[in-house]
Design a binder for this molecule. Structure first.
Ligand code: PMP
Length: 427
């Protein structure tokens, strides 16, 4: 099958057909390490990592071998029966999570993980109101789209009562037009006002991504979550860290993004990179909070032995092969080199990120900071043409995102930077 044949079938039999990321869709048929191939054999360096999901490279030998063995041993049993992979994974997770986050609930996606977290917080607190962030992305169920703070991702009926969006800790476009640190974290302190004006004074939770992912790799100031979590807790609520993009060492130096901010969440969620591309969703909390969920609750595929085995093998690879440190090293190289490019290309407004989440925000001019989504679209086409896949993001579609598998080498990063520089030069 050729590229066109795959796309034609998509257009005829899937909805909403193909997501128009590129002018022409790019069907991929195989992958190894950092490289994916299209249906006609063209190779691309994958610097988006399947949207931050392929943590340690495509079709990793070690993970594939463990998954294949599990498929021959026990593929599915359902939540009704304990299995060895789920037990071992939950125990391993408890050893790497911060604080006393030791009780896991497994599902199949980030959306379900966030649904589970909100349900758990509402049961525990007896409150229903939830604080979410503008510019956030939480998933595609009705509740998750309600939590999401970006219009483009809210399709259908998403007016979920009881969700209140706080201003994003987005320093490059500060909602209060202030500067850090003299701003005294006005965005975090405003949550107090939000709770007082929009709720009866009691909230179930605040759910936030440590680094806004789909929002364009926006990194909040260091003290942001301490202030925000303290306000939410003072109003009876729990602090939930959505680690769907930031988990598994992606931010460098730590297993989880929130660990950079000196706050221990009451609940954490993750999915994406947890099992290197095998579907899994995860919600973890303390024994005390977990005890609030009583009665029957089930997820047919959640915690299935194949996904749990893949997650165990992924965590083993990341921890054993120093990939968290590598995320730090190569992330710094990417950020530093793109920061250098700023001198030559005024279209680059902001370079930011943590570890291997590197965001480059493009603007019409640095004074007005008018977003330049068309420039991003062109860079993405140009880099694709030269064999490099990168991501796009941000509320205005004007952020280029780099999030390669954490096994990326310095050489591969330099190759990607060369292609990027050439694309900027052709703009
Ligand atoms: N939370 C965050 C931060 C995400 O980036 C995503 C997916 N982009 C989700 C939740 C939803 O995950 P899923 O698509 O697996 O349901």
């Amino acid at each position: 099958m050729k590229n066109d044949d795959v796309t034609r079938k998509y257009r005829e039999f899937l909805f909403p057909s193909v997501i128009t990321y590129y002018e022409e869709p790019l069907p991929v048929v195989s992958g190894r390490g950092l490289v994916v191939r299209d249906a006609e054999g063209r190779e691309y360096l994958d610097f988006f990592g399947g949207i931050l999901t392929v943590s340690v490279g495509h079709c990793d030998e070690a993970i594939t071998a463990r998954v294949a063995e599990q498929l021959r041993t026990l593929q599915h049993a359902s939540t009704l029966y304990p299995t060895i992979p789920a037990a071992e994974l939950a125990e391993r997770l408890a050893s790497i999570t911060p604080g006393s986050l030791t009780k896991s609930f497994f599902t199949n996606s980030g959306t379900e993980a966030n649904e589970t977290a909100i349900l758990t917080a509402q049961h525990f607190t007896g409150a229903t109101d939830v604080i979410a962030l503008r510019h956030s992305y939480s998933g595609r169920s009705t509740l998750a789209m309600g939590l999401t703070g970006q219009g483009a991702w809210k399709i259908g009926r998403v007016a979920v009562p009881g969700i209140h969006h706080a201003h994003a800790p987005y320093c490059y476009r500060c909602p209060f037009r202030l500067e850090y640190p003299s701003c005294d974290l006005a965005c975090a302190r405003d949550i107090e006002e939000l709770i007082r004006t929009e709720t009866g004074g009691k909230v179930a939770a605040m759910l936030a991504e440590p680094v806004l992912g789909v929002g364009g790799f926006v990194v909040p100031p260091r003290e942001y979550f301490q202030v925000a979590a303290a306000i939410v807790r003072a109003h009876g609520g729990l602090f939930i860290a959505d680690e769907v993009q930031t988990g598994w060492g992606r931010t460098g130096g730590r297993w989880f993004g929130i660990e950079h901010f000196d706050v221990v969440p009451d609940i954490m969620t993750s999915a994406k990179g947890m099992a290197n591309g095998i579907p899994i969703g995860w919600t973890v909390t303390t024994p005390e909070i977990a005890a609030g969920i009583q009665g029957l609750t089930i997820s047919t595929f959640g915690g299935n032995p194949v996904s749990c085995t893949a997650a165990l093998a992924t965590i083993y690879r990341i921890g054993g092969d120093g990939l968290i440190e590598n995320a730090d090293r190569v992330g710094a190289l990417l950020r530093g080199s793109i920061e250098e490019m700023k001198k030559d290309f005024p279209v680059i407004g902001d370079v930011r990120g943590m570890g291997l989440m590197v965001g480059v925000e493009l603007v019409e001019d640095r004074g007005s900071k008018a977003p330049a989504p068309k420039a991003v679209a062109r860079v993405i086409e140009e880099t694709r043409e030269e064999g490099l896949l990168v991501g796009k993001g941000g509320l205005y579609g004007n952020v280029i995102r780099f999030s390669p598998p954490m096994s990326v080498t310095k050489d591969e990063a330099e190759q990607a930077l060369k292609i990027l520089r050439a694309a900027f030069a052709r703009l």
